[in-house]
Design a binder for this molecule. Structure first.
Ligand SMILES: C[S@@+](CC[C@H](N)C(=O)[O-])C[C@H]1O[C@@H](n2cnc3c(N)ncnc32)[C@H](O)[C@@H]1O
Length: 284
């Protein structure tokens, strides 16, 4: 993260959700969250008529498939979240929330307390953009730099109830943190989670960067140049052991699995197959 500047990757994933799939945004709030120029580019398919498909395909190609990847990721996590809420869970913590607009856009979150935990610079930007938009639910903000601070005390001070189950969403964040910070966060969220809690977390598996030697050099360089270097990878079995014995892994798949679980018309992208989504449940 660059000092004092909101996360650029949070803007790019919001852009992808605004562009959406089948000519429809999967997050219409992206148009309010993004700076005006980027919001216009994300909204273009709504106005382009017959050439909307061509426009989207061009953006998809120039971003190595980011658009479809993010659509699939967000849809898979939404589906898991809604089913956890149907089971009666009434608190949600979004770690590294960025421009996540679930608290505003998901009807199922009515009556649920939503804690958005994020880097102060990104959170400041988001709160400014959303200042005039009342969320339909109780939303509480917690500012933390995950590389420098623990979040558990601040979360409890904001009203988190560790005696009650919760859903944790940790989407597209772990790869930007060094491994000790990732393990530290897993330890904290485990200590705060009552039985039946659920965690949806994405992480980057090693060795899967596409496009050969070019990809192995260029992809990390692009993230580093944007001020958000990729800092960690995990093998699925390493994550499972870090979570054991407290958590049981219910799902751990790349974007092919996300598509199969949602039936989405977005297509997995070769450029991002190294990102996996794990859904885990706290044992009783
Ligand atoms: C790719 S964005 C993902 C945002 C959001 N989860 C989503 O999917 O829309 C990465 C997020 O991680 C947060 N982040 C990165 N490094 C962080 C740190 N050291 N402490 C707190 N948050 C951090 C950024 O502020 C940003 O919101």
């Amino acid at each position: 993260m660059r000092a004092g500047v909101p996360s650029g990757t949070s803007l790019s994933v919001s852009f992808a959700r605004g562009l959406g799939v089948d000519r429809q945004p999967i997050d219409p709030l992206a148009f309010e969250l993004l700076p005006p120029g980027l919001a216009q580019l994300a909204a273009a398919p709504l106005h382009l008529g017959a050439v909307a498909g061509l426009y989207r395909a061009a953006v998809r190609a120039t971003t190595f498939g980011l658009i479809d990847h993010i659509v699939l990721r967000t849809q898979a996590i939404d589906a898991q979240l809604v089913s956890a809420l149907e089971a009666g869970i009434d608190q949600l913590v979004i770690l590294g929330a960025g421009l996540d607009a679930r608290a505003w856009r998901l009807e199922a979150l009515k009556g649920v307390t939503v804690f958005e935990v994020d880097h102060p610079a990104t959170q400041r930007y988001k709160r400014k953009r959303m200042s005039r938009k009342r969320p339909p639910t109780d939303i509480r903000y917690v500012s933390v730099d995950f590389e420098k601070e623990r979040f558990c005390n601040a979360l409890e001070a904001a009203g988190f109830r560790s005696g009650a189950p919760c859903v944790w969403i940790w989407e597209g964040v772990a790869m930007y943190l060094p491994l000790p910070a990732v393990y530290g966060m897993l330890e904290q969220l485990t200590s705060l989670s009552a039985p039946r809690s659920e965690l949806a977390m994405t992480y980057r598996a090693p060795g899967l960067l596409p496009y050969g030697a070019f990809g192995r050099a260029a992809i990390p360089a692009v993230f580093a140049a944007a001020g958000e270097p990729l800092k960690s990878t995990l093998e699925p079995h390493q994550l499972a052991s870090a979570l054991a014995p407290a958590w049981e892994v219910a799902f751990d798949e790349d974007s092919h699995g996300w598509r199969a679980s949602t039936g989405s018309s977005a297509k997995p992208s070769r450029g991002f197959l190294s990102e996996r989504l794990a859904i885990v449940r706290k044992r009783g």
